[in-house]
Ligand binder design. Structure first.
Ligand SMILES: *Cc1c(COP(=O)(O)O)cnc(C)c1O
Length: 354
């Protein structure tokens, strides 16, 4: 074997959900928002002058940072923006998890966490969620090099009450605790109000789900300024100009329209609660999801077969074949019309045939 092969950084990559081409499928597989972005986003896009692309973008994304600071009642130096929260989370792993001790995250959670840990050579341990997929806070009260909790968790949808999140942050003041709130706008209390009390707390959120901008790639972290400064130092040591101009401009418009944000998240929550009832009537068990997706299992129909049957009928959902998730499907909440198509298909006796 040529020696250069020996020195390649060998990683098992994260596998994102499929993005089929065209609009003919009902896409309930990657937790995108079924509604368009706020109207101001379209307006700003039409008014954009391509002449500005001649220049580099503002490396600090000042306009967007300012809008976020205002929205969350924080200072500008308490916010870090990145190219989707995947970029922000990756930077945070690289910045904060640099000890020899293992970092901790649940055995069932966002499957990108172990990939970053492997890529950056960070040791990690994965405390087991209980039988109902709930985090056991006592598992996070031992020596560690950092903690990552998705809250609500994915792909389970389960929310850990804020007092228990705080309990974990409080018990780990020698480690950075990252709370990944990709789905917090669909129910549950954010950890943002805890930021003034804990210098080890980093809250990460995204525009991909509740703000309908997955395609623009906008994510952000919030924390005390020392953490944010450390993130900036790593980012500027790697690539200064990460976020492009359109993402900054359109992201800013999305943050400004609070009424539209409230209305679309309210609709998704209502559709989710209706989906719990309708799928329950069809023999599915759903976890108590506080997100824009459901994690469901059926008493008779096997998940992989149902996944295939749905796909063959143009309905894409997500299946995770790992041992603890193999009996479940993750179904993104679509529009009411899209969900009707799903219910109709399931009602049309397909469940008996599987
Ligand atoms: C979707 C998701 C992300 C990443 O979203 P971006 O599109 O990169 O902002 C991060 N964490 C969790 C738990 C997610 O579900």
């Amino acid at each position: 074997m040529s020696s250069w092969r020996e020195f390649i950084r060998d990683v098992e990559p994260y596998v994102p959900g499929e993005q089929p081409r065209g609009d003919s499928v009902i896409k309930l597989n990657t937790n995108e928002n079924p509604y368009p972005p706020a109207p101001g986003v379209e307006r700003a896009m039409r008014e954009m002058d391509p002449a500005m692309f001649r220049k580099y973008p503002d490396p600090s994304a000042g306009m967007l940072t300012e809008a976020l600071a205002k929205r969350y009642g924080l200072e500008r130096d308490q916010i870090f923006v990145g190219v989707g929260s995947d970029d922000v989370l990756g930077m945070a792993f690289l910045t904060f998890f640099n000890s020899q001790k293992p970092i901790l995250f649940p055995d069932v959670t966002y499957s990108f966490y172990p990939v970053w840990a492997q890529l950056f050579g960070i040791p990690y341990e994965t405390p087991r969620l209980d039988a109902d997929f709930r985090v056991k806070p006592q598992d996070y009260k031992r020596d560690n090099g950092g903690i990552v909790l998705a809250n609500p968790n994915a792909p389970t949808g389960i929310y850990l009450p804020l007092d228990q999140v705080e309990d974990i942050i409080k018990a780990n003041q020698d480690s950075v605790v990252i709370v990944d709130e990709a789905y917090i706008d669909f129910g549950g209390e954010s950890a943002v109000p805890l930021i003034p009390r804990y210098d080890n707390l980093l809250v990460v959120q995204t525009f991909s789900k509740s703000r309908s901008l997955a395609g623009m790639r906008v994510g952000y972290a919030m924390g005390q300024k020392e953490l944010i400064q450390a993130l900036h130092n790593v980012k500027y040591s790697y690539n200064s100009y990460t976020m492009n101009m359109p993402s900054m401009i359109l992201g800013t418009e999305a943050v400004k329209d609070e009424a539209y944000f409230q209305e679309t998240t309210r609709r998704i929550i209502a559709t989710r609660e209706e989906a719990k009832r309708r799928l329950g009537d069809l023999g599915f068990t759903c976890t108590d999801s506080r997100t824009n997706f459901l994690f469901i299992t059926h008493e008779k129909a096997a998940a992989p077969e149902l996944f295939e049957a749905l796909k063959n009928n143009g309905i894409y959902v997500r299946y995770f074949p790992a041992s603890r998730t193999k009996d479940y499907l993750r179904v993104t909440i679509g529009t009411e019309e899209e969900m009707e198509v799903l219910y109709k298909f399931l009602e049309s006796s397909c469940l008996d045939r599987i």
